[in-house]
Design a protein around this ligand. Structure first.
Ligand code: URA
Length: 320
């Protein structure tokens, strides 16, 4: 238990506490990522987010709820030098501080699995897991989550001995280091997710978690009516059976057709191999969705930050 008054005193002292003995349960360290850079805009955003969170940590307690006392506290939400829960929620983009206080008061926020209803609760966003309505929020200021629309003719690596364009050319040469979640072929376009959250990246790419991915493919036509049934039932490939979760014909274009296929496979060239195996080779392939994240109107070669909601849904998709 920490008395309220001693927490108030701790604004400056908390920094040292955090540097030397970060409190709260820890996550296992993430595996080392293949590093990539961020665009200048994303880096600026990450810095602004970090600055706003660290200033939130250092300001005085001006909004302890009436009646908030040492007796109300528990070990989870008494993190020395921690940040007020509503500030963490607001900083993560959940909503205004007022709205976040309402969420807390309504018992919709939990910290490491325990509902916290006190506005003055102090938490450690670096090490504690905070959820709203059971959905985890991206509370750690050092983690970034980016969507890139990869154009055709770009490698999903950061360097190439043959001098071909890579994602590094699109992401900019910055100090920020990110994992790219899986790969797309050199000639495939569309959604790539990038993050420095190693655990999330690992799970999103791991077949065990079966995260669905959706592709638009231009194929040779005409496409028979039962093509979807064949693909969903399963296609025999040289490395085993592969099946689609969903399939539909988007447009029939005479000798060509535009089809949409969703699958939770991660094998190399899987969409091209499946469609070629049923007699409809792919001439153009675009990934439009990864789990809950859609490519939307993101222009080719550009990036955007994922929203709090999208990151929460990605966590949920892989059981984090
Ligand atoms: N399937 C493919 O065939 N290529 C990709 O790039 C992704 C999935």
């Amino acid at each position: 238990m920490t008395p309220a008054g001693s927490n108030r005193r701790r604004a400056g002292q908390g920094r040292a506490d955090r540097q030397n003995t970060p409190a709260g349960p820890r996550r296992a360290p993430a595996p080392a990522p293949a590093p990539v850079g961020l665009s200048a805009a994303d880096l600026a955003w990450a810095r602004a987010a970090a600055a706003s969170l660290s200033s939130a940590r250092l300001d005085d307690d001006d909004d302890w709820a009436a009646g908030d006392s040492a007796g109300d506290r528990d070990s989870l939400t008494d993190v020395p030098g921690g940040v007020r829960l509503q500030k963490v929620l607001a900083g993560a983009g959940v909503g205004s501080r007022r709205y976040c206080e309402e969420l807390i008061g309504a018992g919709r926020v939990d910290v490491d699995g325990e509902i916290v209803r006190r506005f003055g609760a102090r938490v450690d966003p670096q090490h504690q897991i905070i959820r709203v309505d059971g959905k985890r929020i991206p509370a750690r200021e050092d983690l970034v989550y980016v969507a890139l629309n990869k154009p055709a003719g770009v490698l999903t690596t950061m360097s190439d001995s043959r001098g071909r364009p890579t994602m590094a050319d699109l992401l900019g040469d910055t100090a920020e280091r990110l994992f790219h979640v899986g790969r797309l072929d050199y000639d495939t376009e569309g959604l790539m997710l990038l993050t420095n959250d190693g655990e999330l990246a690992h799970r999103l790419a791991h077949p065990r978690f079966g995260v669905p991915k959706t592709y638009l493919a231009e194929v040779s036509g005409p496409v028979p009516r039962d093509l979807g049934r064949q693909l969903i039932t399963g296609i025999e490939l040289e490395d085993g059976v592969a099946s689609a979760d969903r399939f539909r014909v988007v447009e029939r274009l005479g000798a060509r057709a535009l089809v949409e296929i969703t699958l939770h496979e991660g094998r190399k060239h899987i969409v091209k191999r499946m469609l070629a195996a049923v007699g409809h080779p792919v001439s153009r392939l675009v990934r439009t969705q990864v789990g809950p994240v859609a490519l939307g109107s993101l222009r080719p070669g550009t990036t955007r930050r994922l929203s709090t909601k999208e990151v929460g849904e990605l966590y949920a998709a892989v059981g984090l």
